[in-house]
Design a protein around this ligand. Structure first.
Ligand SMILES: Cc1ncc(C[n+]2csc(CCOP(=O)(O)OP(=O)(O)O)c2C)c(N)n1
Ligand SMILES: [Mg+2]
Length: 407
């Protein structure tokens, strides 16, 4: 077992893990109260992997994760109030309330998201590292992803280019033993995930992801390799999520006993116990850490509650496709006439506004119509179909069967 770091670092590690745990418990509660919408993926149980990793990163380094990243953002220094506001869909959120739980993003802290597509963050990580290389920056990109993501095509393609171009990137697979309800044994031919990039020349290592100190040491080595040698490596951290895959998961794929067994090696309790036994921290500090976490999470919920909903007339802000490309679909040069959807910028706002106002009415915004007055989009088809088609020419369908018979 690696030695404990100094008392100040131990305190900080414990404080961050505790804050993330409390935040996520509260996020789960707020979700059940329907304050947070969309999907919600909690990483309760995985705090040592998250905090161990971020604790050895420099401010200039980039971090990119999955859709299970409330803790990653907080560990990087994003204010929990901004993360909670994002879950609530409020303007005070990290993405102005437009992303929600899966799309936490904080450029200032170099936390680059937040991606709903499994494995989608891997090539972006390579791109971030390539940009650092181009600009001659010293920054390293840390890319965290799940065991399930290691089966995607993106994984192989990213490993290949990262090794070939000697990019300053470090990969960490958060192996929590399941991709949704499918265990590693059932989803990956190679169950030693640390070896999955070997064929691309990227060496790997397996560690106990429930031990914050072990994670710190292994990640520090990997980051050093990436920064100084331009050599990407892959770390497999064994960890476990106590809650279901998302808020709606009946968990029929695992036994209660398995969850309890992992809870007995809880990363926060185990680390706190170890610090106390080693005389590095006392009961007073443990209490203080818990109280501070409680206060910050309470304040985060209050701030999210007070933050307003995005204004209705901001609906088209940040939609770069509509503004810059003049259409919602790409133009195919082989048939340059307008395609379905390309004129929607002129034609859509009316229908879209009606839908938005209907949504606002549901959300109780003062400027939205009352629910009973709202238009019923179903009467006119969905948003795309709300645009009246030009009078269609009658085309006689050729009778293929007859043609064949004639031949
Ligand atoms: C490309 C793609 N395929 C499928 C899904 C549906 N999906 C969402 S999460 C998930 C499981 C991923 O598991 P893992 O990578 O182990 O991450 P974990 O949820 O365990 O953190 C799947 C299949 C998706 N979002 N994207
Ligand atoms: Mg997983």
């Amino acid at each position: 077992m690696p030695d404990l770091p100094d008392a100040g670092t131990c305190y900080e590690l414990l404080a961050r893990m505790t804050l993330i745990r409390r935040f996520e418990e509260e996020a789960g509660r707020q979700y059940q109260r329907a304050k947070a919408g969309g999907f919600l993926h909690l990483a309760i149980g995985e705090e040592a992997t998250i905090v161990g990793t971020t604790s050895v990163m420099r401010d200039e380094d980039y971090l990119i994760g999955t859709y299970r990243t409330h803790g990653h953002a907080i560990a990087r220094g994003t204010d929990p109030a901004r993360v909670m506001s994002e879950l609530f869909g409020r303007v005070g959120g990290t993405s102005g309330g437009r992303g929600g739980s899966m799309h936490i993003f904080d450029r200032e802290k170099r936390f680059m998201g937040g991606y709903g597509i499994v494995g989608g963050n891997l090539p972006i990580a390579a791109g971030l590292a390539l940009s650092s290389e181009y600009k001659g920056e010293d920054a390293v990109t840390v890319c965290m992803f799940g065991d399930g993501a290691s089966n995607t095509g993106n994984f192989g393609e990213t490993m290949n280019l990262a090794a070939l171009w000697q990019l300053p990137v470090f990969f960490l697979v958060e192996n929590n033993l399941y991709g949704m309800g499918t265990s590693v044994e059932r989803h990956s031919a190679q169950t030693d995930l640390s070896r999955k990039a070997e064929g691309y020349g990227i060496p790997g290592e397996r560690i106990d992801g429930m031990d914050v100190v072990a994670v710190r040491e292994a990640v520090a080595r990997g980051i050093r390799e990436a920064r100084e040698e331009r050599r990407p490596t892959l770390l497999e951290a064994f960890t476990y999520r106590y809650r279901g895959h998302s808020a709606a998961d009946p968990e029929v794929y695992r036994e209660r006993e398995e969850v309890e067994e992992w809870q007995r090696k809880d990363p926060i309790e185990a680390f706190a116990r170890r610090c106390v036994e080693a005389g590095v921290l006392g009961e007073r500090e443990l209490q203080e850490v818990r109280e501070k976490a409680e206060q910050r999470v309470t304040a985060a919920v209050a701030a999210a509650d007070e933050s307003p909903e995005p204004a209705l007339d901001s609906l088209y802000e940040s939609l770069y496709v509509v503004d810059e490309a003049g259409g919602w679909y790409a133009v195919d040069e082989r048939s340059p006439e307008p395609h379905r959807g390309e004129r929607e910028e002129e034609e859509m706002p009316e229908a879209a506004r009606e839908l938005a106002e209907a949504g606002a009415a549901y959300g109780g915004q003062p400027d939205g119509p009352r629910p009973q007055d709202r238009p019923n989009p179903a009467e006119r088809g969905d948003a795309h179909e709300g645009v009246e088609p030009e009078v269609a020419e009658e085309v006689e369908e050729p009778n293929v069967a007859e043609e064949v018979e004639e031949r």
